[in-house]
Design a protein around this ligand. Structure first.
Ligand SMILES: Nc1ncnc2c1ncn2[C@@H]1O[C@H](COP(=O)(O)OP(=O)(O)OP(=O)(O)O)[C@@H](O)[C@H]1O
Ligand SMILES: [Mg+2]
Length: 266
């Protein structure tokens, strides 16, 4: 059975369709990318599959997450799924972090709630979680989010997302807000953690190179529709939709501009 099965998902704001009849699935341990230009509906899709859409938006179709229907479900029914089944990592770590709570407590909270850890065991688990995201410094657990760098915050947000041991990590442009060196470190970190924990990954990005690095299969979104799906090799090697062909061509142009010796036209 799929961990996530999306069938005919449509999300509308009033009469406008932000996501239009999208279907895809993610199996346990599988890595799937979602790529598309700004405004194509990638984030709305990631929020819809975890039941986190703003109340002004209405969803129809079906989303089975861990076998449970998300569309139309009460928030109370979905809370047990968020964390152990699927966790979300956002572009801007500050959205996920509570500014008034020390980060150690923010990592501890889902461990207490979903894993039932208490006392010494909980403190050990928090320490391990920080070490897992390469933040071994004891000081970090006692810090507030504003006392950390952007890269450290995204590592903490990753530790929180992984705290309840999700089967599926949904990462929505998790490195876009970071500078390139830090981006690379976070991608390496996510790659390692997903592999070590045998997690499934739904990785959202507008960057084809990053999606190709992180995932095996990709869904191409345009104006709310999934216009193409296939393995990374298929989609890059033989794009079927003109929009995908454009994406591949511009990634290649950038590549050869970087490879060309100085002064030579790409
Ligand atoms: N709460 C909302 N109410 C109304 N419209 C919304 C809402 N959230 C998003 N939209 C609209 O839905 C469309 C898709 O937005 P979405 O955030 O999913 O794009 P995206 O593909 O994630 O883009 P980006 O790459 O810039 O993050 C956009 O036109 C956006 O303005
Ligand atoms: Mg987005």
């Amino acid at each position: 059975m799929s961990l996530l099965e999306v069938m005919g998902l449509t999300v509308a704001a009033g009469g406008r369709r932000l996501v239009d009849d999208v279907s895809f699935d993610v199996s346990a341990g599988e890595r799937v990318g979602v790529i598309g230009e700004s405004g194509s509906g990638k984030s709305v899709t990631s929020l819809a599959v975890t039941g986190l859409l703003s109340p002004s938006l209405s969803a129809s179709g079906s989303v089975l997450l861990g076998g449970r229907e998300v569309v139309g479900a009460a928030d109370r029914a979905l809370r047990p799924l968020r964390g152990p089944v699927a966790a979300l990592l956002f572009q801007e770590p500050l959205t996920a972090l509570d500014p008034l709570m020390r980060v150690g407590r923010q990592i501890a909270e889902p461990m207490r709630r979903h894993l039932g850890l208490r006392g010494e065991a909980l403190q050990d688990a928090v320490r391990t979680a920080l070490a897992d995201v390469s933040l071994p410094d004891e000081r970090i657990a006692r810090a507030f989010p504003h006392e950390l760098s952007g890269g450290q915050r995204q590592r903490v947000a990753t530790a929180i997302a992984l705290a309840a041991r999700p089967q599926l990590l949904i990462a929505d442009e998790p490195t876009t807000a970071l500078d390139v060196t830090v981006q690379d470190e976070i991608l390496t970190l996510l790659d390692r953690l997903v592999a070590e924990r045998d997690m499934a990954l739904l990785f959202i990005s507008h960057d084809l190179a990053v999606v190709a690095r992180m995932t095996d299969r990709v869904i191409v979104m345009r104006s709310g529709r999934a216009v193409e799906q296939g393995t990374v090799a298929q989609v890059i090697g033989a794009p079927q939709h003109p929009y995908t062909a454009d994406l591949v061509a511009s990634a290649r142009a950038l590549d050869s501009a970087i490879d060309a010796p100085a002064g030579e036209a790409p």
